[in-house]
Write a protein that binds this ligand. Structure first.
Ligand code: ADP
Ligand code: MG
Length: 246
């Protein structure tokens, strides 16, 4: 479903990604852990077509992007990739002046071309699923952080993407709100959604992820099932990282 090979990305002189390779199969939950500044957000932004890159390739659901893909083809591929890959950010990024319902119907109506009624039916079903059926008319500022993040998840799901990327979705939340959001994500995982989750929530990574990729210094330094990463890490850097966060 997602195959990344030798991804290289720099910001000016700073080499942020120095050859990242990883594969995510359909229905897989992949967790990415790693130190701050290790290139995790940059990696997700490359996957979602929010950043260009200087080397390597990305294939998502058969859509192929290489660093030297000619601009017109790249732009068309990027548009298709953005339709297929949803993103949930640490800071929620809801439209502040729109109701909860309008936040979730906006993309399906304006990007997918769904009728308003159909989009509202879909949005109501998804908001019910994330436990917010009673907040359809609320404005984002009237919601807690955990509620806002659940709206953001419903909004991503409403586009019916092939995969959703989560960039530290609970880092701005207190423990109770974190639990609410992780419960929703666990539900999506058990439903077979393909997910890549950058997270410091190690319990979640351990219990829900199928594969954990440890980032460091712009590379994947170790990948494996949670049992290996947590109980028998092969790399010293993984051991150090886990001793810092646990
Ligand atoms: P992480 O998400 O793992 O904390 P990031 O991908 O946000 O790491 O950042 C990796 C490195 O790239 C950091 O050193 C950061 O300062 C740098 N960086 C990120 N975005 C930019 C940018 N737009 N311009 C310059 N440097 C950037
Ligand atoms: Mg980050």
């Amino acid at each position: 479903m997602i195959e990344v090979n030798g991804l290289v990305k720099s910001h000016g002189p700073l080499n942020v990604l120095r050859g990242v390779s990883l594969t995510v199969v359909r229905g897989e939950v992949a967790a990415i852990i790693g130190p701050s500044g290790g290139g995790k957000s940059t990696f997700l932004r490359c996957l979602n077509g929010l950043e260009t890159f200087q080397g390597g390739s990305i294939v998502i659901d058969g859509l192929r992007l290489e660093s030297d893909t000619p601009t017109p083809i790249r732009d068309r591929t990027l548009r298709r990739i953005r339709l297929e890959v949803g993103m949930v950010f640490q800071s929620f990024n809801l439209f502040p002046h729109r109701t909860v319902l309008a936040n979730v119907t906006e993309g399906p109506v304006h990007v997918r071309g769904l009728g308003q009624d159909e989009a509202e039916d879909r949005a109501k079903r998804l908001l019910d699923r994330v436990g917010l059926a009673d907040k359809l008319g609320a404005m984002p500022r009237q919601l807690s952080g955990g509620q806002q993040q659940r709206v953001a998840i419903a909004r991503a799901l409403a586009m019916e993407p092939q995969a959703i990327l989560f960039d530290e979705p609970t880092s701005a939340l207190d423990p109770r709100m974190t639990a609410e959001v992780l419960a929703v994500m666990t539900d999506l995982a058990s439903d077979g959604l393909t997910m890549i989750v950058v997270t410091h929530a190690m319990q979640f990574a351990r219990q829900v992820a199928h594969t954990i990729h440890v980032f460091g210094e712009g590379r994947v330094i170790e990948s494996g099932p949670p049992s290996q990463i947590f109980e028998d890490p092969h790399q010293e850097a993984t051991r150090m990282l886990l001793s810092e966060v646990q």
